[in-house]
Design a protein around this ligand. Sequence first.
Ligand code: UD1
Length: 375
Amino acid sequence: MKFVLVVGARPNFMKIAPILDGFRARAGGSSDFVVTLVHTGQHYDHAMSDAFFADLSIREPDINLGVGSGSHAEQTARVMIAFEKVCLSERPDWVVVVGDVNSTLACSITARKLGIHVAHVEAGLRSRDMSMPEEINRLCTDAVADLLFTTDEIASENLRREGIAEENIAFVGNTMIDSLLRHHRRARDLPLPDGLRDRDYAVVTLHRPSNVDSVETLSPLFEAIRNIAERIPVVFPIHPRTRRNLETFGLVQGFNADSGIRFLAPLGYLRFIGLVSRSKFVLTDSGGIQEEATVLGVPCLTMRDNTERPITCSLGTNILVGTHPECIRRTAFSMLSGDRRPATIPPKWDGKAGERIVEALLYRCAAQSYYAAAV
Ligand code: UD1
C-alpha cells in the first residue's frame, strides 16, 4: 500500500507530524506500506516552513512542488498541475490531506479525479462563512474525501447533515494537539524575549485577509492592539502579509519604534508555543491557536465574528471578540483584571489522534485488499 501525505502551509506541519510518527511506529509490523511526504511549497520562507520541520523533527519531504505564492486560482492551479504528475508517477492508494489551506483542496480534488482514495484530517469544521477561503476549501475537500477524520463530535455531526455516510466518518481527536502535548514542556523551558515575565504580556497574531488586506479593517484592529499595549506588553510575531500591509498603509513607522508592541519575525513552533503558554492571554484571528490556547489553559480572544471550532468556546478558553475595537479592548482589559472562565479539554484531545488515524487507514486498506481478493 502506498500513502502520499501532503503538507503545504504553516498550520499543516504540526498536523502531519503525529501521522508520520504513527506510520513510523507501525513500520516493520505485519502491514506493508510506503509513505511519501509531499510539500507543495505554498509556504516557502524559512520561518514559515523549514523552521517547523526542524522543531517538529519532521523528515525532509520526498518531493517539493515549489508552487509559492499567487492568487487563490493561480496557487490552487499550480498545486493541481504539479501534484497530478506526482500522483501519476507514484500511483498511491491513498492521499492524506490535512486542514483547510489551498494545498489541501488542490491535492484532494486532483487525487480523487485520478481514482485515488482521499483521507481528510480535520474534516467537518464549518464556520458557515463563505467569505472565508478556508470554508470553501473545507466544503470541497470533505465533498470528495473517502475517509473523514474529525476532531470533535460537532464536526462529525456537520458531516452527517451534509450526507456523508457514517462509515466514512471517524472521530479520532486532534493531531495538532498531539504535537502540542508532545512538545509543550520543551517549549515552556525556552527563554522568553528580553524583559518579558510570565503571565505579564499578551501575544498577538493577525493574518487573515479579511482583517489585514484593507486599511479600513486593519487600522481599527491595530488601534485596539496599540491601546492594549498601553496596559500590558504585547508581543506580535508578524505574518509577512500583515507586515507588508502595515507598511503599505502607513500604520507603523519603523517596526521596533512602536511603543509597547514588540514585533517579531514569524516564530518557529517551539518558541511560539512557549510564548503563548506563559502569556496572560492571546489575541488572534488564527484557527489553530484557538485549540492550542484551550489545551494550554490560556484565554484566547479571537478577532473574528465566527469560528469553525465552536468547541473551543463551549468547553475551552476561546472568546469570539469580533473585529470591533471597543469590544476587543473591553474584553482584553477584563482579562487584565483577572477575569477567567472555567475551561476543560475536549474529548480525545489526548495525544493519540495520529495513532488512531494510522490504525484506521491500515484497517481500511486491509478491508479493501480482502474485498479485492474476494471478487
Ligand atoms: C495560508 C492559509 C491560511 C493559514 C495561513 C497560515 C489558504 C487559503 N490560507 O494563508 O488558512 O491560516 O496560511 O499562515 O491556504 N508569504 C511569504 N512567505 C511565505 C508564504 C507566504 O512571504 O513563506 C507571503 C506572500 O506574500 C503571500 C502571502 O504571504 O502572497 C500569503 O500567503 P498564502 O500562502 O497565499 O496565504 P496565507 O495568508 O499565508
